[in-house]
Design a protein. Structure first.
Length: 406
């Protein structure tokens, strides 16, 4: 009978813990900042920083030692690229370096003497391009633009040489196989379209972890002030009901954030958005539960309200690298790949990008979802053990008072 009574009372205890945690969150300004303001404002701030997504009209200085028709054509073709803007002609490299040192130009195109003569003799001609490496986004844009200019000039020179040999230049100038680029998932080839979908997932995880640990640290402070008792706990609620009730509170709280982060923000900023809202919810549900239980388990290391910043804030960059957004997983040491498997955000980032950018289905992401549900079970067990440890420690330190409350 006792077991049956406990089974019947468990859902009611969980519901009371759910309602009590909702009340606690709504009356804690710090938790509201992490649960509401941070998911609301961070995506806008981050995406605005990365807009425009690609760099255009980067100033370039030209050092033309040849002053021939061919050198002027090379400069004209480079200037026609949307990436390059010819800032000025300078007489020598020291003058060009001065412009780069002052920040007036981001690149230098040096054309050596004899460039046009070598082309006329059907010899290989070289031109040198120097690029400022302070930002890899500019380097990538320069490399792409210069490569396209070279390919165009090679086709034109090949056609001219064919005409000189009495062959049909127009037919030789055409490539036997036409090359067209279709960028799947990131059509604009922009940095925001590349990185922001994954960052949105990590923003959700970090905001939830920070808020939960802030609430956990506040609970620890209340226990120290009240002889092991947290007045906002539900008296007599089992540890499992407490863990699941609070997890349901956090997950339901974040359903609105899921709509905002993964449906509204991509539409506002024209980010890749090829996943339906239903599939988003089905993917984010195990992710939110795993993050909620992970946050409750991590409160073991949070002793006061301010400790959450020390425990959680520094992990943001760690999670970003482990997710594979900034460094490919195949290039990581195996130790870090295995460590990343314990982070819900790593699996959610991989699955969300595949579904959102590359139109994968839920079946294609089944391994990631299975891992997320597995992490949910594992971290829920850790959270339950943590709450039981808190209750035992309170009884040991404060005796009958805490025992009666729990």
């Amino acid at each position: 009978m006792k077991v049956l009574r406990n089974i019947i009372n468990w859902p009611m205890a969980m519901a009371r813990c759910f309602a009590r945690e909702w009340h606690t969150v709504l009356h804690d300004p710090g938790a509201l900042i992490f649960f509401v303001i941070l998911p609301l404002m961070y995506p806008i701030a981050y995406t605005l920083i990365y807009n425009p997504e690609v760099v255009r009209e980067l100033p370039v200085a030209v050092v033309d030692h040849d002053r021939s028709f061919e050198s002027r054509k090379l400069v004209r073709d480079a200037s026609a690229s949307p990436t390059i803007e010819i800032y000025d002609y300078v007489p020598d490299m020291p003058a060009a370096r001065d412009l780069m040192a002052r920040g007036d130009v981001m690149g230098i195109l040096e054309i050596p003497s004899g460039y046009g003569r070598k082309i006329g003799r059907m010899e290989q001609a070289n031109a040198t391009f120097y690029c400022q490496m302070s930002l890899l986004l500019r380097y990538r844009a320069f490399v792409s633009a210069i490569t396209n200019v070279q390919l165009k000039d090679i086709a034109d020179i090949t056609a001219q040489r064919a005409d000189m040999l009495g062959q049909a230049g127009s037919s030789l100038s055409e490539a036997p196989i036409e090359n067209e680029e279709h960028m799947l998932g990131d059509e604009e080839q922009g940095f925001a379209s590349f990185v922001m979908p994954g960052v949105l997932v990590l923003i959700l995880q970090q905001s939830m972890l920070l808020g939960i640990c802030l609430l956990g640290g506040t609970s620890q402070e209340r226990r120290r002030r009240n002889r092991g008792i947290d007045p906002r706990d539900v008296p007599g609620a089992p540890a499992s009901a407490m863990a699941w009730g609070r997890a349901f509170c956090y997950v339901t709280f974040y359903m609105a954030a899921v709509v905002w982060l993964f449906d509204a923000v991509p539409v506002m900023f024209n980010l890749p958005h090829n996943i339906s809202l239903v599939h988003t919810f089905l993917l984010m549900l195990p992710f939110c539960f795993a993050s909620a239980f992970l946050g409750q388990a991590m409160t073991y290391f949070v002793k006061d309200r301010e400790s959450c910043f020390i425990v959680i804030a520094f992990t943001s960059l760690v999670y970003l690298f482990l997710s594979g957004l900034t460094w490919p997983m195949y290039a990581m040491p195996q130790m870090w790949v295995e460590a990343g498997k314990a982070i819900p955000g790593v699996w959610a980032v991989s699955a969300f990008i595949r579904m959102n950018a590359n139109s994968a289905t839920l079946a294609d992401c089944a391994p990631a979802m299975c891992w997320l549900w597995g992490l949910t079970a594992a971290y829920s067990l850790l959270a339950i053990l943590f709450y039981r440890h808190i209750a035992r420690r309170s009884r040991r330190l404060y005796g009958a008072t805490a025992a009666a409350r729990s």
